[in-house]
Design a protein around this ligand. Structure first.
Ligand code: ADP
Ligand code: MG
Length: 273
């Protein structure tokens, strides 16, 4: 974790995955929405330079405005459903979508998206990070001061192997893994039987190996995909659905685990002093 803090922001959490397409953005959006429903002030940064998809998932088409603040130009985040949003996609025109990012360029873009923004007071600022564990992800992980990383994986072996690399990468830069969320855990058939399409208990096994908490399990569900496409997070659209309740449990667990990490740090500090 770097020393620079984002003014007004209490906790910063990166949502990360070793692989793309495992539901990172879907989870980032619904986790943020669940934190909002719990009464927290929340923001979301779409830092996925390879496929910024949060504006679509939140149904946002406008771009941030600019304002002068203490003689500095600052961006005003776009606000939707009470979530303050900045997306790397706001920087890109459609024709730029094939842009090749280099580490320093991605890093300075992200810095601008975090520090030159009038966030106001936020309890949680969630980052949807680019998938993978290469130089770019490492650089971005060091660009922002992160309180923790939440790992998203499917139960499939190849996804787990990549998630494990993600955990080890963040350990290297002293960002604690808050826990693991297993997505696409199973499909609930009409007869009530769970079908484990991508294998069973993969997330749990990874948690056991590294003594990490399993923050929750999300089944494969058509309504979740549809809500993303419609720009209306499921948690807000159908707060009483079992899936939304699972996201609220995940939000509760994330808050609790971040609190534990915090008190652990304070104890370490007391020992040093
Ligand atoms: N649990 C789920 N059930 C059904 N569809 C899902 C689920 N999780 C993600 N999806 C869908 O899978 C696709 C990839 O998810 P996305 O969140 O964009 O992944 P990533 O950000 O990791 O690339 C999207 O179309 C999304 O709606
Ligand atoms: Mg994504």
């Amino acid at each position: 974790m770097t020393d620079n803090k984002i003014p007004g922001v209490k906790y910063t959490v990166a949502v990360v995955s070793g692989k793309g397409g495992v539901g990172k953005s879907t989870v980032a959006v619904n986790l943020t929405a669940a934190l909002k429903m719990k009464g927290f002030k929340v923001g979301l940064v779409d830092a996925d330079i390879y496929g910024p998809s949060i504006p679509i998932m939140l149904g946002v088409s406008e771009r941030p405005a600019v304002t002068k603040h203490n003689d500095k130009n600052l961006l005003i985040p776009v606000e939707k459903y009470g979530i303050k949003l900045m997306s790397i996609g706001f920087l890109l025109e459609k024709k730029d979508s094939a842009v090749i990012w280099r580490g320093p360029m991605a890093s300075s873009a992200l810095r601008q998206f975090v520090y030159d923004v009038l966030w106001g007071e936020l309890d949680y600022l969630i980052f949807d990070m680019p998938p993978g564990t290469g130089d770019i992800q490492l650089t971005l992980g060091q660009t922002i001061p992160l309180n923790g990383a939440v790992l998203i994986t499917t139960p499939q072996e190849i996804a787990l192997a990549d998630a494990e690399k993600g955990h080890l990468m963040f350990q290297k830069v002293n960002v604690p893994t808050v826990g693991i969320i297993e997505n696409m855990s199973y499909y609930l058939k009409d007869n009530g039987v769970k079908e484990y399409i991508f294998g069973e208990e993969g997330g749990k096994k990874l948690c056991d190996k590294y003594q990490l908490p399993l923050l929750g399990r999300i089944p494969i569900d058509k309504t979740l995909r549809e809500s993303g496409d419609a720009g209306y997070p499921l948690v807000l659209q159908r707060p009483e659905s079992p899936l939304s309740k699972e996201f609220i449990t995940i939000a509760n667990n994330t808050v609790a685990e971040l609190g534990k990490i915090d008190s652990g740090k304070k104890q370490d500090l007391e020992i040093i002093i």
